[in-house]
Design a protein around this ligand. Structure first.
Ligand code: PLP
Length: 461
């Protein structure tokens, strides 16, 4: 489903002036229209989904335009700037590397790449002791899929079945969309891989069977022989709604994969690097350590870098030159990622996310209880989501969610456009360096916007 587009007609909005937010112009800013309109002319329509704000700079937990407006950021871009926007330590690492000068190295060795790869291996639990650096999240999930298939076929010719979860998102390239659990995103693919199987996600409020028997049942119904499964992939929490699996389910899944020699892949692209209050999201699942994990987003503080980290026997399935990428571990991105990870650890931001989760999560649930348009609230640490629904149903309410994002934008609170099934989910994911009073102020703005949107007829509806 294509999302609504935010209007480019400036409207007068009340002036906002707090320590963390400042809105002093109509929005969108009339002077910004040439940039916004030119972008709509020269970029694909797919890029038009976000609130019409021309970013000038972003620092810590705030985003600024160049007309004096300042937004408190509940987006982290898209869960990327976990350490905060433009932290000095990250900038210094980028500048130092650029000034060496060292901009590119392909797959030739470099100090930057070894330092980052060694840090990831040090932080990952056994048996995840080898790394392959890439650029985007979708590349890592494609790579994990390829490794699982290759691994399966190394054991038995027919061990090619791959399992994914309904509602999951793993990227927008061909392979990553085929292993995603949203059929609407696959409508352009005439022949989806018949050996990819989708099973219900146990943490979704719309299909609440949380038992692991549902997994077995779904595979049996699809005629899948467990011995032929080469891998199972899941987001550690399902991104759109910030839904976690029940712990017993995740542990049973780990045991099932071990029993059937299938690789368990956690897509940690949103959950990794402290977002949920632990360094890795799967730590919430006890001993359900994966065979491969996919990392991206929060890894680098802002630069394009991603990684697959996994079992050495799997990561070494391909020989020299057979699994590479032009920009693998680009030195500037690698230096930025290392600096960002060191900062995350030095400031113990996973702990801060855990502590502030004690504020965010109860608040989201309180908001849900108070507002019948919120069908469900979920999350952990500093990620949460409110699922906007048509009251009395579980049907996603995209126009309402979209209007709430717009009202927040007009009040100096930045959320990205609603996501998830039917575009009904509002995602709350500030940089992990946010302070409690900033978080509370943002939540108050969100609730005001929610109340106003629910009370008024929606524009154009
Ligand atoms: N996996 C998850 C869970 C994601 O949230 C995303 C992006 O939103 C991806 C994979 C794809 O990452 P990228 O957009 O960097 O390709």
């Amino acid at each position: 489903m294509a999302g609504k587009v935010f209007s480019l007609t400036p409207v007068q909005v009340p002036r906002v002036e707090t320590a963390y937010r400042r809105i002093v112009t109509p929005l969108p800013v009339p002077e910004s229209l040439p940039v916004l309109e030119r972008l709509r002319e020269v970029e694909s329509r797919s890029m038009q989904g976000q609130p019409p704000l021309v970013w000038h700079k972003a620092q810590g937990v705030q985003v600024h335009d160049c007309w004096g407006n300042m937004w408190l950021d509940f987006s982290s871009g898209v869960l990327v700037t976990n350490v905060g926007h433009a932290r000095t330590r990250v900038i210094e690492a980028i500048v130092r590397t650029a000034q060496k000068p060292h901009l590119h190295h392909y797959c030739f060795p470099s100090e930057e790449r070894v330092a980052l790869a060694a840090k990831l291996v040090e932080l990952a639990p056994p048996p995840l002791k080898k790394v392959f650096l890439l650029t985007t999240g979708a590349e890592t999930t494609e790579c994990a899929f390829k490794l699982a298939r290759t691994y399966g076929q190394s054991l038995a010719r027919r061990k090619i079945d791959f399992v994914t979860f309904r509602g999951s998102f793993h990227g927008r390239t061909l392979g990553s969309q085929m292993i995603g659990g949203n059929p609407a995103l696959q409508s352009w693919i005439p022949h989806c891989d018949p050996n990819i199987h989708v099973v219900p996600f146990p943490g979704d409020f719309r299909s609440p069977d949380p038992s692991f028997e549902a997994f077995d049942r779904a595979l049996a119904a699809a005629g899948v022989e467990p011995a032929n499964v080469c891998g199972v992939i899941s987001e550690t929490f399902q991104g759109a709604g910030a839904n976690f699996m029940p712990v017993p389910y995740a542990r049973a899944l780990r045991q099932w994969c071990t029993r059937h020699r299938a690789l368990l892949v956690w897509d940690e692209i949103q959950a990794g690097f402290g977002r949920t209050g632990t360094l890795w999201g799967f730590e919430h699942y006890g001993d359900a350590v994966p065979d491969l994990m996919c990392l991206g987003k929060g890894i680098s503080g802002g630069l394009p870098l991603s990684a697959v980290v996994g079992r050495p026997d799997v990561m070494d399935l391909y020989g020299p030159g057979e699994m590479t990428s032009t920009h693998t571990g680009n030195p500037i991105c690698a230096a930025a990622a290392l600096a960002s990870i060191e900062l995350l650890l030095a400031e113990d931001l996973p702990r801060r996310a855990r502590e502030l989760g004690e504020v965010l999560q109860p608040e989201l649930r309180r908001i849900q209880r108070k507002h019948p348009t919120v069908g469900h609230a979920d999350g952990r640490g500093l990620v949460g989501a409110l699922q906007m629904v048509v009251p009395g149903t579980t049907q996603p309410h995209h126009p309402l969610a979209h209007r709430i994002v717009e009202l927040c934008f007009q009040r100096g609170l930045l959320l990205f456009a609603p996501v998830g099934l039917g575009g009904g989910a509002l995602k709350i994911c500030p940089p992990l360096c946010i302070h409690e009073d900033q978080l509370r102020e943002g939540l108050q703005v969100l609730e005001e916007a929610l109340a106003e949107a629910a009370a008024a007829p929606l524009p154009g509806s």
